[in-house]
Structure formats: C-alpha cells, structure tokens
Write a protein that binds this ligand. Sequence first.
Ligand code: ADP
Ligand code: MG
Length: 343
Amino acid sequence: MPIRLLDATIAAQIAAGEVVERPASVIKELVENALDAGASRITIEVRGGGLRELKVQDDGCGIASHEVELAFERHATSKLQVADDLFNIRTLGFRGEALPSIASVAQLVCITRNANEEVGTELRIAGGDLQARVPCGCSPGTSISVRNLFYNLPVRREYLRSEATELSAISAVVQQYALAYPEVRFSMILDGRLALQTSGDGDRRSVLIEIYGLDIARQLLPVEAEVGEDLQAVRVSGLISPPELTRSSRSYIHVFVNRRALQPRGPLVAVVEDAYHTMLMKGRHPLVALDIRVHPTAVDVNVHPTKSEVKFRFGPQVHSAIGRAVREALVAGAGIPDWADTN
Ligand code: ADP
Ligand code: MG
C-alpha cells in the first residue's frame, strides 16, 4: 500500500488513545486546564460513571473569542512559546493535545468567556467536527461538557470497567488535585450527589479532613523543610501519618512535584516509605500528602504522556531532602520530650 498522511480525525483519535484512556483521564486534563487558567473555584459534575456526561467548570481566565477554535487544534497551546520553555515548565499542561483528543472521541460543548470580553462563546464539537459556534452570555471562565465519551469508538467503550470503578478513579483524580491545590475550592458532584467539597482556604489539612475525616486528618504530622539553593533548592512540605497510622495500599500516598501528582509507585514514594525505615509493618503503607517544589528548570516533566512521572536534574539531592524531612517530622511527632518539658 502507498504511504499516505493520516487524515486529521484519525490522527487525533490515535493521539487520543494516549491521553484519553477513560473518564478519569478526561477529568484530569480538564481540571489541569482549569488550574492552569488560574481558577479559584472548580466544579466537576459526573453522570453515568462519566460516560454519559462529564463537566468541568471554572472561574479562570477563559479563552478569548477569536482563539476558541484554535484551542481545539492539535499542538495548540498558550503554555509554551519557544523550545527552551519545555525545560522551564510552570504549568500542568503544555502539549496542546488534551482538548482536540477529547473532542475527537466525544460530543463536547465548550462555553467560555475571557474576563476582558463582554460576551462568551459556545462551541459544539462532535467526533472532532465543529457543529456550531454561537455567542453566549456567561460569567468569565470556562465550562467544558463531554457527553457520550467514546461514542464513536465502541471498542474503547467496551474496555471500560463498571461505573463504580470509573467513579472511584474520577474521585481519586479530583482528590489528588484538591490536595495539591488547597487554595482552590473544588466541588465534585457524582450522579447528583455532592461527593467532595473543599473550602479553598489554602490549608491542606482541611482538605484532608474532607477526604479522610477529622479523626485521621488530625493525627497527621506536619513536614516542613527547605534545603539547597538556587537551581538545587528543594522545598518539602505537607502532612504524613505517624507510623502507627497505616493502610494496606499505597493509594493514600500523594506526592506532588511542582504541584503535579506522581504515580503512586514511583521512586519518590519509595523514598518516603524508606524514611519510615523499620517503623512500618510489612505490607502497611503510610498516609502522605507531600508537596515538593524544585526549580522548574531542575525537573523534566516531559517523560510520559500523562506527565505522571518526572526526572530530576539533581535527583540524589531531592531524594535526600525528602528522606530527611520525613524522618525529622516522624521524630518530632514521636513526642520525644524536650528538656523544658521534664521540669
Ligand atoms: P495544553 O493544556 O497542553 O496547552 P489543551 O489542549 O489542554 O493543551 O488546551 C489548549 C489551550 O486551550 C490551552 O493552552 C489554553 O490556552 C486553552 N484552555 C484550555 N482549557 C482552558 C480553560 N479551562 N481556561 C482557559 N483556557 C483554557
Ligand atoms: Mg491541558
């Protein structure tokens, strides 16, 4: 057969396979876009396990009317300008793949208004084809509704697990971002039920109260450390469980690097667990919400399509900073009395 260029729709569907695996991956991409847009409130609504409808609404910067179609083109992004930017990333997105990918495998409605403009724009796209564009009255920000995900890829739809499984994957994603961005007010409505509501007051412990309850959240120990300078500076902050408070899975370990959630099995999670040393029983894992910040040029986030793995330029320094910070928090939390207490 002759060599031909793929037509745009097929190319987008193939790319979508990488980015959009399941409803939770759509939520991840849309929430990341809302966060990159500087939203202070994000509402996530899910119907029918995410296959019937997923909607993410934010009060962020919105998309300028003349750029709305462009946002749905492949490789169109406002987040990278020059090649060097790729090694100095300050946003969650940068590949310009999410919106076109999602739009190619669903029926999508985007309602958006840039704060500098009087009217908003409503765009309707189905299976990658533009159906309608109309001006609309709406408040500044963006709302993206994704209906009938994979309606045009029945095989992909069949691979999905039960509605309950998809809902719990969606919850996990939203919880991650709520923990990484305690200053943002998240609301998650699953099949009409308010499943998570954070205050947006900036306190990570208050998010943990919403997710795990007061009893667990109040036992967590604060971690706070800053080491190194300039490019090698590492800041570690967050909350970790004392050794006696554990779980049988690693899904309670949340590690963020420059506000990006990492894979629960990655090397940084191992560093955190190693810091507990022999204090954890075999098969038990701590509850952790750790926020790690390094210089944006000291980390490569472009190693995985879903960006859930990173590479550090100064890996050993980062690892030792984390290990030390966790150990210090554990020692402080063990209630070793200081001499003033013994008087
Ligand atoms: P990326 O996030 O990698 O840039 P996307 O396909 O996710 O790519 O989005 C394309 C562009 O559309 C973004 O760069 C941004 O300019 C714009 N955009 C997407 N979602 C939003 C949103 N919720 N608010 C404002 N702008 C958005
Ligand atoms: Mg994006």
